[in-house]
Design a protein around this ligand. Sequence first.
Ligand SMILES: [Zn+2]
Length: 323
Amino acid sequence: MSKVKYYYDPETLSYRKIERKKRRTAKYISMFVLASALFGFVFVFIASQYIESPKERALKRELANMQLQYELLNKKMDEAQSVLANIEERDNNIYRLYFEANPIPEEQRKAGFGGINRYKTLEGFDNSKLIIESNKRIDVLQKQIVIQSKSLDEIAKLAEEKEKLLSSIPAIQPVSNEDLTRMASGYGMRTDPFTKARKMHWGMDFTAPRGTPVYASGDGVITRADSNSSGYGRHIRIDHGYGYVSLYAHLYKYNVRRNQKVKRGDLIGFVGSTGRSEAPHLHYEVFKDDQRINPINFYYGSLSAEEFDELLKHASMENQSLD
Ligand SMILES: [Zn+2]
Protein backbone atom coordinates (compact mmCIF):
# COMPACT_ATOMS: atom_id res chain seq x y z
CA MET A 1 0.00 0.00 0.00
CA SER A 2 1.49 3.33 -1.00
CA LYS A 3 1.81 6.10 1.44
CA VAL A 4 -0.84 8.72 1.35
CA LYS A 5 0.77 12.05 0.62
CA TYR A 6 -0.67 15.40 1.53
CA TYR A 7 0.02 18.90 0.52
CA TYR A 8 -0.99 22.22 1.98
CA ASP A 9 -3.60 24.07 0.04
CA PRO A 10 -3.34 27.74 0.84
CA GLU A 11 -6.70 28.55 -0.64
CA THR A 12 -8.66 26.28 1.61
CA LEU A 13 -6.09 26.47 4.32
CA SER A 14 -6.09 22.71 4.67
CA TYR A 15 -4.06 19.63 3.77
CA ARG A 16 -5.28 17.63 0.84
CA LYS A 17 -4.42 14.22 -0.53
CA ILE A 18 -2.09 14.15 -3.53
CA GLU A 19 -4.00 12.29 -6.29
CA ARG A 20 -3.34 14.45 -9.31
CA LYS A 21 -0.20 12.66 -10.50
CA LYS A 22 -1.94 9.32 -10.70
CA ARG A 23 -4.82 10.72 -12.66
CA ARG A 24 -2.48 12.52 -15.03
CA THR A 25 -0.58 9.29 -15.71
CA ALA A 26 -3.78 7.50 -16.49
CA LYS A 27 -4.76 10.28 -18.84
CA TYR A 28 -1.36 10.09 -20.60
CA ILE A 29 -1.62 6.35 -21.01
CA SER A 30 -5.11 6.45 -22.47
CA MET A 31 -4.12 9.25 -24.83
CA PHE A 32 -1.13 7.21 -25.97
CA VAL A 33 -3.24 4.14 -26.56
CA LEU A 34 -5.77 6.17 -28.50
CA ALA A 35 -3.09 7.87 -30.58
CA SER A 36 -1.36 4.60 -31.46
CA ALA A 37 -4.69 3.01 -32.30
CA LEU A 38 -5.50 5.92 -34.58
CA PHE A 39 -2.04 5.84 -36.11
CA GLY A 40 -2.28 2.06 -36.56
CA PHE A 41 -5.63 2.40 -38.16
CA VAL A 42 -4.44 5.11 -40.55
CA PHE A 43 -1.31 3.08 -41.30
CA VAL A 44 -3.30 -0.09 -42.06
CA PHE A 45 -5.74 1.92 -44.14
CA ILE A 46 -2.97 3.52 -46.22
CA ALA A 47 -1.05 0.27 -46.47
CA SER A 48 -4.14 -1.56 -47.67
CA GLN A 49 -4.26 0.77 -50.65
CA TYR A 50 -0.86 -0.48 -51.75
CA ILE A 51 -0.50 -3.93 -50.32
CA GLU A 52 -2.94 -6.73 -51.29
CA SER A 53 -4.31 -9.14 -48.82
CA PRO A 54 -4.32 -12.83 -49.77
CA LYS A 55 -8.09 -12.66 -50.14
CA GLU A 56 -7.81 -9.72 -52.52
CA ARG A 57 -5.19 -11.53 -54.55
CA ALA A 58 -7.47 -14.54 -54.85
CA LEU A 59 -10.40 -12.37 -55.93
CA LYS A 60 -8.27 -10.57 -58.50
CA ARG A 61 -7.11 -13.87 -59.94
CA GLU A 62 -10.67 -15.06 -60.12
CA LEU A 63 -11.76 -11.86 -61.88
CA ALA A 64 -8.93 -12.13 -64.41
CA ASN A 65 -9.90 -15.73 -65.07
CA MET A 66 -13.52 -14.72 -65.58
CA GLN A 67 -12.54 -12.07 -68.10
CA LEU A 68 -10.44 -14.61 -69.95
CA GLN A 69 -13.35 -17.04 -69.99
CA TYR A 70 -15.62 -14.33 -71.39
CA GLU A 71 -13.11 -13.68 -74.17
CA LEU A 72 -12.95 -17.39 -74.95
CA LEU A 73 -16.75 -17.54 -75.01
CA ASN A 74 -16.79 -14.64 -77.46
CA LYS A 75 -14.37 -16.53 -79.70
CA LYS A 76 -16.66 -19.55 -79.60
CA MET A 77 -19.57 -17.28 -80.48
CA ASP A 78 -17.54 -16.05 -83.46
CA GLU A 79 -17.24 -19.63 -84.65
CA ALA A 80 -20.91 -20.40 -84.12
CA GLN A 81 -21.76 -17.17 -85.90
CA SER A 82 -19.69 -18.10 -88.94
CA VAL A 83 -21.19 -21.60 -89.16
CA LEU A 84 -24.67 -20.10 -88.92
CA ALA A 85 -23.82 -17.46 -91.55
CA ASN A 86 -22.82 -20.28 -93.88
CA ILE A 87 -26.12 -22.11 -93.31
CA GLU A 88 -28.06 -18.88 -93.81
CA GLU A 89 -26.31 -18.21 -97.08
CA ARG A 90 -27.11 -21.67 -98.38
CA ASP A 91 -30.65 -21.28 -97.12
CA ASN A 92 -31.17 -17.99 -98.95
CA ASN A 93 -29.25 -18.75 -102.13
CA ILE A 94 -29.96 -22.42 -102.69
CA TYR A 95 -32.85 -23.89 -100.70
CA ARG A 96 -35.22 -20.94 -100.68
CA LEU A 97 -34.34 -20.07 -104.25
CA TYR A 98 -34.86 -23.63 -105.44
CA PHE A 99 -38.27 -23.87 -103.79
CA GLU A 100 -39.23 -20.37 -104.93
CA ALA A 101 -39.51 -18.97 -101.43
CA ASN A 102 -38.39 -15.38 -100.83
CA PRO A 103 -34.95 -15.08 -99.23
CA ILE A 104 -35.04 -13.82 -95.62
CA PRO A 105 -33.43 -10.34 -95.47
CA GLU A 106 -30.28 -9.84 -93.38
CA GLU A 107 -31.96 -7.21 -91.12
CA GLN A 108 -34.66 -9.68 -90.24
CA ARG A 109 -32.19 -12.48 -89.51
CA LYS A 110 -29.92 -10.31 -87.34
CA ALA A 111 -32.59 -8.34 -85.48
CA GLY A 112 -31.94 -8.00 -81.74
CA PHE A 113 -34.58 -7.27 -79.15
CA GLY A 114 -36.17 -3.83 -79.25
CA GLY A 115 -38.27 -2.04 -76.66
CA ILE A 116 -37.34 -2.26 -72.99
CA ASN A 117 -33.70 -2.42 -71.95
CA ARG A 118 -33.22 -6.12 -71.24
CA TYR A 119 -29.72 -5.54 -69.89
CA LYS A 120 -30.51 -2.96 -67.17
CA THR A 121 -29.66 -5.28 -64.30
CA LEU A 122 -26.21 -5.83 -65.82
CA GLU A 123 -25.36 -2.11 -65.84
CA GLY A 124 -23.23 -0.22 -63.30
CA PHE A 125 -20.32 -2.65 -62.83
CA ASP A 126 -16.71 -2.46 -63.97
CA ASN A 127 -17.30 -5.37 -66.34
CA SER A 128 -20.76 -4.32 -67.45
CA LYS A 129 -19.74 -3.62 -71.03
CA LEU A 130 -18.17 -7.05 -71.54
CA ILE A 131 -21.11 -8.85 -69.95
CA ILE A 132 -23.77 -6.82 -71.76
CA GLU A 133 -22.08 -7.18 -75.14
CA SER A 134 -21.72 -10.94 -74.66
CA ASN A 135 -25.36 -11.21 -73.64
CA LYS A 136 -26.47 -9.21 -76.67
CA ARG A 137 -24.48 -11.48 -78.98
CA ILE A 138 -25.99 -14.62 -77.47
CA ASP A 139 -29.49 -13.13 -77.79
CA VAL A 140 -28.98 -12.27 -81.46
CA LEU A 141 -27.48 -15.71 -82.10
CA GLN A 142 -30.43 -17.39 -80.42
CA LYS A 143 -32.91 -15.41 -82.48
CA GLN A 144 -31.00 -16.17 -85.67
CA ILE A 145 -31.13 -19.89 -84.89
CA VAL A 146 -34.89 -19.74 -84.34
CA ILE A 147 -35.41 -17.91 -87.66
CA GLN A 148 -33.15 -20.40 -89.47
CA SER A 149 -34.94 -23.33 -87.92
CA LYS A 150 -38.33 -21.98 -88.99
CA SER A 151 -37.02 -21.42 -92.50
CA LEU A 152 -35.83 -25.02 -92.71
CA ASP A 153 -39.23 -26.24 -91.52
CA GLU A 154 -40.79 -24.25 -94.34
CA ILE A 155 -38.29 -25.67 -96.85
CA ALA A 156 -38.98 -29.22 -95.64
CA LYS A 157 -42.69 -28.67 -96.23
CA LEU A 158 -42.08 -27.21 -99.69
CA ALA A 159 -39.75 -30.10 -100.53
CA GLU A 160 -42.41 -32.58 -99.48
CA GLU A 161 -44.98 -30.86 -101.70
CA LYS A 162 -42.50 -30.68 -104.55
CA GLU A 163 -41.74 -34.36 -104.16
CA LYS A 164 -45.46 -35.12 -104.31
CA LEU A 165 -45.82 -32.95 -107.40
CA LEU A 166 -42.77 -34.53 -109.02
CA SER A 167 -44.06 -38.05 -108.44
CA SER A 168 -47.51 -37.05 -109.68
CA ILE A 169 -46.73 -35.47 -113.02
CA PRO A 170 -46.70 -37.99 -115.90
CA ALA A 171 -42.95 -38.05 -116.39
CA ILE A 172 -42.02 -41.48 -117.74
CA GLN A 173 -42.82 -43.34 -120.94
CA PRO A 174 -45.83 -45.61 -120.49
CA VAL A 175 -44.19 -48.66 -122.13
CA SER A 176 -40.73 -50.11 -121.73
CA ASN A 177 -38.76 -48.41 -124.50
CA GLU A 178 -35.14 -49.06 -123.69
CA ASP A 179 -33.82 -48.93 -127.23
CA LEU A 180 -36.22 -46.08 -128.11
CA THR A 181 -37.45 -47.91 -131.22
CA ARG A 182 -41.04 -48.15 -130.10
CA MET A 183 -41.94 -44.58 -130.76
CA ALA A 184 -43.92 -44.71 -134.00
CA SER A 185 -45.48 -41.32 -134.19
CA GLY A 186 -45.28 -38.14 -132.15
CA TYR A 187 -47.54 -35.26 -131.24
CA GLY A 188 -48.31 -32.90 -134.16
CA MET A 189 -49.67 -32.93 -137.72
CA ARG A 190 -49.65 -36.48 -139.09
CA THR A 191 -51.24 -38.46 -141.88
CA ASP A 192 -54.39 -40.27 -140.75
CA PRO A 193 -53.88 -44.02 -141.38
CA PHE A 194 -57.48 -44.49 -142.46
CA THR A 195 -58.37 -41.35 -144.46
CA LYS A 196 -54.74 -40.52 -145.47
CA ALA A 197 -55.59 -36.88 -144.73
CA ARG A 198 -53.28 -34.66 -142.69
CA LYS A 199 -54.68 -33.98 -139.27
CA MET A 200 -53.59 -33.25 -135.74
CA HIS A 201 -52.31 -36.26 -133.80
CA TRP A 202 -52.87 -35.36 -130.14
CA GLY A 203 -50.64 -37.95 -128.53
CA MET A 204 -47.74 -40.32 -129.00
CA ASP A 205 -47.91 -43.79 -130.52
CA PHE A 206 -45.68 -46.58 -129.25
CA THR A 207 -45.59 -49.73 -131.38
CA ALA A 208 -45.58 -52.91 -129.32
CA PRO A 209 -46.92 -56.45 -129.66
CA ARG A 210 -50.32 -57.19 -128.19
CA GLY A 211 -50.01 -57.91 -124.45
CA THR A 212 -47.01 -55.63 -123.83
CA PRO A 213 -47.33 -54.13 -120.31
CA VAL A 214 -48.48 -50.49 -120.01
CA TYR A 215 -47.35 -48.51 -116.95
CA ALA A 216 -48.81 -45.50 -115.12
CA SER A 217 -46.60 -42.53 -115.98
CA GLY A 218 -47.19 -40.82 -112.61
CA ASP A 219 -48.99 -41.22 -109.25
CA GLY A 220 -52.73 -40.70 -109.41
CA VAL A 221 -56.25 -42.12 -109.40
CA ILE A 222 -57.87 -44.12 -112.22
CA THR A 223 -60.83 -42.05 -113.37
CA ARG A 224 -61.75 -44.24 -116.36
CA ALA A 225 -61.11 -47.80 -117.49
CA ASP A 226 -63.71 -48.44 -120.21
CA SER A 227 -64.39 -48.34 -123.96
CA ASN A 228 -67.14 -45.69 -123.92
CA SER A 229 -65.10 -43.00 -125.64
CA SER A 230 -65.26 -43.14 -129.43
CA GLY A 231 -62.05 -44.09 -131.21
CA TYR A 232 -59.91 -44.84 -128.11
CA GLY A 233 -61.27 -48.39 -127.70
CA ARG A 234 -60.45 -49.81 -124.29
CA HIS A 235 -58.73 -46.95 -122.56
CA ILE A 236 -57.59 -45.70 -119.15
CA ARG A 237 -57.45 -42.18 -117.75
CA ILE A 238 -55.39 -41.29 -114.69
CA ASP A 239 -55.98 -38.06 -112.77
CA HIS A 240 -52.59 -37.04 -111.34
CA GLY A 241 -53.76 -33.89 -109.57
CA TYR A 242 -52.18 -30.46 -110.14
CA GLY A 243 -54.23 -30.32 -113.38
CA TYR A 244 -52.54 -33.33 -115.02
CA VAL A 245 -54.37 -36.24 -116.65
CA SER A 246 -52.87 -39.04 -118.77
CA LEU A 247 -54.70 -41.28 -121.24
CA TYR A 248 -53.78 -44.76 -122.51
CA ALA A 249 -55.77 -45.99 -125.56
CA HIS A 250 -56.41 -49.09 -127.76
CA LEU A 251 -55.68 -51.44 -124.83
CA TYR A 252 -56.11 -55.17 -125.06
CA LYS A 253 -56.79 -55.69 -121.33
CA TYR A 254 -57.07 -53.68 -118.08
CA ASN A 255 -55.08 -54.36 -114.93
CA VAL A 256 -56.87 -51.68 -112.83
CA ARG A 257 -60.38 -50.58 -111.93
CA ARG A 258 -61.98 -47.15 -111.70
CA ASN A 259 -61.14 -45.14 -108.52
CA GLN A 260 -58.08 -47.24 -107.87
CA LYS A 261 -54.98 -45.37 -106.67
CA VAL A 262 -51.80 -46.03 -108.64
CA LYS A 263 -48.13 -45.17 -108.34
CA ARG A 264 -45.79 -44.25 -111.16
CA GLY A 265 -44.62 -47.45 -112.85
CA ASP A 266 -47.61 -49.58 -111.74
CA LEU A 267 -48.85 -52.03 -114.39
CA ILE A 268 -52.26 -50.69 -115.46
CA GLY A 269 -53.03 -52.63 -118.67
CA PHE A 270 -51.73 -54.28 -121.85
CA VAL A 271 -51.16 -53.05 -125.39
CA GLY A 272 -53.88 -53.95 -127.93
CA SER A 273 -55.55 -52.61 -131.05
CA THR A 274 -59.11 -51.86 -129.87
CA GLY A 275 -60.98 -48.81 -131.21
CA ARG A 276 -59.78 -46.79 -134.18
CA SER A 277 -56.38 -48.45 -134.52
CA GLU A 278 -54.50 -49.83 -137.47
CA ALA A 279 -52.13 -52.18 -135.64
CA PRO A 280 -51.29 -53.07 -132.01
CA HIS A 281 -49.86 -49.94 -130.37
CA LEU A 282 -50.31 -47.66 -127.38
CA HIS A 283 -51.74 -44.22 -128.04
CA TYR A 284 -50.72 -41.98 -125.14
CA GLU A 285 -51.95 -38.46 -124.33
CA VAL A 286 -51.23 -35.95 -121.56
CA PHE A 287 -53.64 -33.20 -120.48
CA LYS A 288 -52.79 -30.14 -118.46
CA ASP A 289 -55.82 -28.13 -117.28
CA ASP A 290 -57.99 -29.92 -119.89
CA GLN A 291 -55.66 -29.02 -122.76
CA ARG A 292 -53.75 -31.72 -124.57
CA ILE A 293 -49.98 -31.13 -124.50
CA ASN A 294 -46.98 -32.85 -126.04
CA PRO A 295 -46.05 -35.76 -123.72
CA ILE A 296 -42.45 -35.74 -124.89
CA ASN A 297 -41.74 -32.72 -122.71
CA PHE A 298 -42.21 -34.87 -119.64
CA TYR A 299 -39.70 -37.64 -120.25
CA TYR A 300 -36.66 -35.66 -119.20
CA GLY A 301 -36.52 -37.33 -115.80
CA SER A 302 -35.93 -40.84 -117.11
CA LEU A 303 -33.75 -40.09 -120.15
CA SER A 304 -30.23 -38.82 -120.75
CA ALA A 305 -29.74 -35.78 -122.98
CA GLU A 306 -28.69 -38.00 -125.92
CA GLU A 307 -31.63 -40.34 -125.44
CA PHE A 308 -34.00 -37.40 -125.28
CA ASP A 309 -32.54 -36.02 -128.54
CA GLU A 310 -33.02 -39.40 -130.18
CA LEU A 311 -36.61 -39.62 -128.97
CA LEU A 312 -37.29 -36.09 -130.13
CA LYS A 313 -36.00 -37.00 -133.59
CA HIS A 314 -38.33 -40.02 -133.75
CA ALA A 315 -41.27 -38.04 -132.47
CA SER A 316 -40.91 -35.13 -134.85
CA MET A 317 -40.69 -37.29 -138.00
CA GLU A 318 -43.63 -36.50 -140.23
CA ASN A 319 -45.04 -39.93 -140.73
CA GLN A 320 -48.33 -41.75 -140.61
CA SER A 321 -49.77 -42.19 -137.13
CA LEU A 322 -51.30 -45.46 -135.95
CA ASP A 323 -54.04 -43.39 -134.25
ZN1 LIG B 1 -52.09 -42.24 -131.78
